[in-house]
Ligand binder design. Structure first.
Ligand code: C2G
Length: 130
């Protein structure tokens, strides 16, 4: 059985998130998703997510293409997560291109094109107009 691992905040779920998870699943049989903790998200984006980590985790866990979820506490722990879940391949969107190449010694690493024209930041800006 081939295991795929991917990571993200997945705040205010949108079609770009769904598409990358579906495409990631196509690389194997089991898809494991690391959900950024609220603290990790704050350190990356300097704002709190709209949905807290337990809700983001439960939303992603409810998707048909996702087999397992966990909370990602630190970007630096990727190697540990890859080993813990026995991942064969790490899949990320290409906004992270090259950033996780160091893990190529543990598993395959691939970056997929992002879905154009949508992001959580844009959605929050749109919703604020209502
Ligand atoms: N994504 C996408 N298309 C978009 C928006 C996002 O393909 N329009 C992808 C991103 O490239 C990423 C995943 O969806 O692979 C999750 O995106 P975010 O929630 O923005 O995750 P991020 O905060 O970048 O966290 O350890 C890595 C980080 O935790 C990634």
């Amino acid at each position: 059985m081939k295991t795929v691992i991917t990571f993200g905040t997945f705040d205010v779920l949108h079609i770009g998130h769904i598409k990358i998870l579906q495409r990631a699943k196509e690389f194997g049989d089991r898809l494991v998703v690391g959900i950024s903790s609220d603290a990790l998200n704050f350190s990356k984006k300097q704002r709190n997510p709209v949905y807290p980590e337990q809700e983001r985790r439960d939303i992603i866990a409810a998707l048909g293409c996702v087999d397992e979820v966990f909370i990602e506490e630190s970007l630096e722990l990727k190697g540990e997560y890859i080993k813990k879940f026995n991942a064969d391949i790490l899949v990320m969107g290409n906004d992270w291109e090259g950033r996780f190449d160091e893990y190529k010694s543990l598993c395959a690493v691939t970056y997929l094109p992002r879905t154009e024209g949508i992001s959580t930041t844009q959605l929050i800006a749109e919703i604020k107009k209502y």
